[in-house]
Design a binder for this molecule. Sequence first.
Ligand SMILES: [Zn+2]
Length: 142
Amino acid sequence: MAISNAEWDIMRVVWTKGQATSGDILTVLGAKNDWSASTVKTLLKRLVDKGYLATSKLGKGFIYSALLAESDAMAEQVDEAFSKFCRTKHVAILEHLLADRPMTEADISALQLLLEKKKASAVDKVVCDCVLGQCKCKEHLN
Ligand SMILES: [Zn+2]
């Protein structure tokens, strides 16, 4: 299920702290997002309804913990972003990302290893699966 920017902001706080109260979230994000306590509670309820957060009683209030792993959520966000681009352009986007990110030598070695392994599953051609008229791939031109 899609996650809004506001919900993502909250999830990051919960992932960072392990568990968080609405007060914790207001402390971290209240000034940045100009949120009131009731805004935070509304967003938390939405995240519980979506199954991304669990809630348990803590004193008079509630404490929230993540049911969605940060790594899974990040992968989902990136997959969703890439699904908006023609498959034949994915490598160009990856090249752009790799060129711009700061990386350690260990990061670069890990990527080189990944690419070496990727050779085993290389395809002859990346086939576009776009809707007709949304890209210029030959498959759609007949
Ligand atoms: Zn395409």
